[in-house]
Design a protein around this ligand. Structure first.
Ligand SMILES: Nc1ncnc2c1ncn2[C@@H]1O[C@H](COP(=O)(O)OP(=O)(O)OP(=O)(O)O)[C@@H](O)[C@H]1O
Length: 450
C-alpha cells in the first residue's frame, strides 16, 4: 500500500474500534494525511492542542494501528494545518518570556498515570509504596527519591502519579515535572535568550521537582553545573526532588561526582520487569480501561510473549485489539497468535536445557533431582516428573526418546503418556494453567539472565 490517504483512512477506521468514542472524536476525527514518501506518513492535525495531545498520549497506539494496516514499516508524525501553524508560530514570537507559563492550571501530567491505574506486583511493590510516601509527605523521609529501571517499566507513570497525588493533597503546591532532555534544551534557550532568571525561578521555586530520565544529563557540563545549584537550593529549602533514570547513579557515566553523591543521598529504588501474574493483571486492567473484555487464555498468551517491557506489553494488547477490530473477529488465543506473529515468543531467545527445567520444577516441588530421574513412582515425585517432561516437550526441540533418556532412561511412551496427561488436565484445571505459566515464566527469565 503506497497511498498515504488510503493508509490513514484504514488506520482511522482501526482507531475508531480501539479508542474511546470521545477520544476518537476529539483528537482523531479531524485529521487527514498530508504526505507520504513510502516510509514516513505525515498527518495534519487541526489544532496545537491536538498536536500536543496526540504526541504525548496517542502516538504509540496510532503507530501500532498503522502496523496492523500495512505490513511495510511506516513511521508517522503529525503537523499542524498550515494556517494553524502560522498562527501558533506568531503566538510564540510574541511571547516575551519562554518560561512564563510556569505553574499555570494546565498540568503536564497524563491523567492515566495515577496510583489507581498502577498495577502492583512483587517487583515494583517497593517503588510504588515509596512513591506514595513521597507524594503524601514530600521532603520528609526520602529526599531525593531516585527511581531507576529498564525501559518501559513504569518510572514515568509513578512520577506522574506522585505529581498528581501531591496536587490532590495540596492544590497550591508548585509541582514541576520536566524531562531531563527538556531541562537541557530550556537551559540552552535560556542562555541564548538571556532569560536565565526566568529559568531559575521556574525550577528553584518548586515545592516538588520531578525530573525524568536524568541519564540525559551525562556529559553536559554546564547543565550539570546548573542542575547542581537547582538541586542544592531545593534541598536546602526542604523541597522534594524526585529523579528517574534508566540506571543507578553509580552507573551514569560522565556525571560529576558531586551530583552522583547528591543523587545517592536519599532513597534509591529500582523497578524490575514484572513477573507473569503482574503482566496479566496489567493487561486485564488496561483492556478494561479501554472497554474490552478479553478472556484469560488470550491475556495469558500475550503476557507469555512479551516479558520485559510494559510499554511493549501494552503495544501488543493494542495490536491485538486493532487486529480484532479490523478482522471483525472476537479475541481468542488463535487471534492473538495471528496478531502477534512477528513478536518472538519469549522462549525463543536461547534454547532451554532439560537441566534448566528439571532444576526449576524440582525447586518448585521441593524434591531432589535424583528423585526426579529415579525409578521411584510415588505421587510426590511422579507428578513433578510428568510436569517437567511436559515442559521439556513444549519448551525444547527434544524428541520423546531423548526426553525419556534425560529422565532416568525412560521409554518414549512414558514421556508421551506424561505429556498427554498434563495436556488433558490443563483443559479444565485453572490452577495447573497458572502453575505452567509461572514455571515457564521463571524459566524464560532465568534463561534471559543466564
Ligand atoms: N505496574 C504498572 N501498571 C500499569 N501500567 C504500567 C505499569 N508499569 C508500566 N506501565 C505502563 O507502561 C507504559 C510505560 O511506562 P513508563 O512510560 O512509565 O516507563 P518508563 O519506565 O518511564 O520508561 P522509559 O525508560 O522509556 O522512560 C505506560 O503506559 C505505563 O502506564
Amino acid at each position: 500500500m503506497n497511498d498515504g490517504h488510503q493508509i490513514w483512512e484504514q488506520t482511522v477506521r482501526v482507531l475508531q474500534g480501539i479508542l474511546e468514542k470521545s477520544v476518537f472524536e476529539t483528537w482523531i476525527h479531524l485529521t487527514d494525511a498530508h504526505s507520504f514518501d513510502g516510509h514516513h506518513l505525515i498527518i495534519r492535525v487541526p489544532s496545537p492542542m491536538a498536536l500536543d495531545h496526540i504526541n504525548k498520549y496517542l502516538l504509540d497506539t496510532i503507530q501500532e494501528a498503522i502496523s496492523v494496516v500495512t505490513p511495510e514499516p511506516v513511521t508517522v508524525s503529525f503537523v499542524l494545518e498550515e494556517n494553524q501553524a502560522h498562527r501558533s508560530q506568531k503566538h510564540k514570537d510574541y511571547r516575551e518570556h519562554p518560561f512564563e507559563d510556569e505553574f499555570t492550571n494546565q498540568t503536564p501530567f497524563n491523567p492515566k498515570y495515577t496510583f489507581d491505574t498502577f498495577v502492583i506486583g512483587e517487583r515494583n511493590r517497593l517503588a510504588h509504596a515509596a512513591s506514595i510516601a513521597v507524594a503524601e509527605r514530600p521532603a520528609q523521609n526520602y529526599n531525593p527519591f531516585f527511581l531507576y529501571g529498564g525501559v518501559g517499566l513504569g518510572k514515568t507513570h509513578l512520577m506522574h502519579a506522585i505529581g498528581q497525588h501531591a496536587l490532590r493533597m495540596n492544590a497550591n503546591a508548585k509541582v514541576v515535572y520536566i524531562s531531563c532532555e527538556t531541562f537541557v534544551n530550556e537551559f540552552v534557550t535560556a542562555l541564548q535568550t538571556r532569560t536565565i532568571d526566568d529559568f531559575r525561578n521556574k525550577y528553584r521555586r518548586a515545592d516538588i521537582l520531578l525530573i525524568d530520565d536524568i541519564q540525559f544529563i551525562a556529559g553536559k557540563e554546564s547543565t550539570q553545573e546548573e542542575f547542581f545549584h537547582t538541586f542544592n537550593t531545593l534541598h536546602n529549602d526542604h523541597k522534594q526532588i524526585v529523579i528517574t533514570s534508566d540506571r543507578p547513579p553509580k552507573d551514569i557515566e560522565r556525571l560529576e561526582n558531586r551530583l552522583r553523591s547528591r543523587f545517592s543521598g536519599g532513597l534509591i529504588i529500582d523497578v524490575k520487569p514484572p513477573e507473569f501474574e503482574t503482566r496479566v493483571a496489567i493487561l486485564r486492567k488496561k483492556a478494561k480501561a479501554e472497554g474490552f473484555s478479553i478472556d484469560n487464555e488470550a491475556l495469558n498468551l500475550i503476557a507469555t510473549k512479551v516479558e520485559t517491557n510494559v510499554r511493549e506489553l501494552e503495544g501488543a494488547l493494542i495490536r491485538v485489539i486493532a487486529y480484532s477490530s479490523m478482522m471483525n473477529r472476537d479475541i481468542d488465543a488463535l487471534l492473538v497468535e495471528e496478531a502477534l506473529t512477528d513478536i518472538l515468543p519469549a522462549d525463543a531467545k536461547r534454547p532451554l536445557t532439560v537441566a534448566d527445567i528439571q532444576r526449576v520444577v524440582c525447586s518448585h516441588f521441593q524434591i531432589q533431582l535424583e528423585d526426579m530421574v529415579s525409578r521411584g513412582r510415588q505421587k510426590e515425585i511422579a507428578y513433578p516428573r510428568q510436569l517437567a517432561m511436559y515442559l521439556t516437550r513444549t519448551l525444547t526441540d527434544l524428541s520423546l526418546p531423548k526426553i525419556g533418556r534425560e529422565f532416568g532412561g525412560r521409554d518414549h511412551t512414558t514421556v508421551l503418556h506424561a505429556c498427554e496427561k498434563i495436556s488433558e488436565d490443563l483443559k479444565n484445571d485453572a490452577k495447573l494453567q497458572l502453575l505452567i505459566h509461572q514455571l515457564t515464566d521463571q524459566l524464560v527469565i532465568h534463561n534471559a539472565k543466564a
